[in-house]
Design a binder for this molecule. Structure first.
Ligand SMILES: Cc1ncc(COP(=O)(O)O)c(C=O)c1O
Length: 304
């Protein structure tokens, strides 16, 4: 038995995706949608709130405020509910309406910020920066703790202490590469921090038209991979942990997402599909004996 939902974060199942990637090599993925808030962002949410309480910058009962594309908000809502903090989620209006319903359902107060560049379903870096500015001023007005997931060291630490070691244990130390798309970069950098000492290669995934990591330029900031690919190199990025970048198009991601549902029974979000596509290419590149791990960041149900 877990003492609370907090203790049910992490230790997610590792799934072999042998039907969507029959070979060469093997693709395995952690089912991050199994976290209580429904995504991989529960891990940094727990890490950040507990660290802020420990450091004395978040007092008992004080509000927590964050700009979120939805998933960090869900994770923070879960963590804040258990620990007794009001939570205010500041979100670009371009994110799917289901995300707002999810956050409100989890007990969060949701503040929507109008888009300045993208269109509904396609949130750009400028849209995110507009929402972040509103979150900063709200935190000041309410005397709350501003999470700032892009700069908070907990975004990386959560994965360095949980996702990375879990993957190493679950694969029995047979792991050649880790593949992940990049939003704050916490998943990629943190997991690779734990796996690099074991000689695991890091492969980042980015939208083909917003290839800031591999080409240093953004041709079109709009794409379907909500939660990542903001067209900026995130502050916590560590290029030395990245051996290769896979670029994926919207059409490829949509097709992979369909195949995951039809062949694996996994209805996941777009970033999860982007990860699986890039992991499949990586396994094919590394050859027959390769084991390539990635993360299924969230479920597809919130993108309806
Ligand atoms: C659906 C989804 N995928 C991927 C990511 C990227 O994760 P990270 O911020 O750790 O790079 C996020 C981040 O919010 C997300 O919501």
């Amino acid at each position: 038995m877990h003492a609370s939902a907090l203790d049910s974060i992490g230790n997610t199942p590792l799934l072999a995706l042998d039907r969507v990637h029959p070979g060469p090599g093997r693709v395995v993925a952690k089912a991050e949608y199994a976290n209580p808030g429904g995504s991989i962002k529960d891990r940094p949410a727990r890490q950040i709130v507990l660290a802020a309480r420990d450091a004395g910058v978040l007092a008992e009962g004080r509000p927590v405020v964050e700009m979120t594309s939805g998933n960090m908000g869900a994770g923070l809502a879960v963590v804040c509910a258990v620990l007794g903090h009001p939570f205010v989620a500041v979100m670009s209006a371009g994110n799917s309406p289901a995300r707002r319903a999810m956050l409100e359902g989890l007990g969060a107060e949701v503040v929507l910020v109008p888009q300045v560049e993208g269109r509904p379903g396609q949130v750009t870096g400028k849209d995110v920066r507009a929402a972040a500015a509103r979150a900063v001023s709200l935190a000041q007005e309410r005397g709350g703790y501003y999470v700032d997931q892009f700069r908070n060291p907990g975004s990386v630490a959560a994965h360095a202490t949980t996702t990375g070691p879990e993957l190493w244990n679950q694969t029995g130390g047979r792991l050649d590469a880790f593949v992940a798309c990049v939003g704050s970069g916490g998943t990629f950098v943190g997991t690779m921090t734990a796996l690099r000492p074991h000689g695991v290669q890091g492969v980042a995934v980015e939208p083909a038209k917003a290839a800031i990591l591999s080409r240093g330029r953004v041709d079109d900031p709009r794409h379907v991979i909500q939660g990542c690919g903001y067209g900026v190199v995130p502050p916590k990025w560590q290029a030395d942990l990245c051996d290769h970048v896979e670029r994926v198009t919207d059409a490829e991601v949509v097709a992979t997402r369909r195949r995951l549902a039809e062949r694996e029974g996994l209805f996941v979000g777009f970033s999860a599909a982007a990860n699986v596509l890039a992991a499949s290419r990586t396994a094919a590149r590394l050859g027959e004996d390769a084991v390539v791990a990635t993360v299924l960041c969230d479920t597809g149900l919130k993108y309806l």
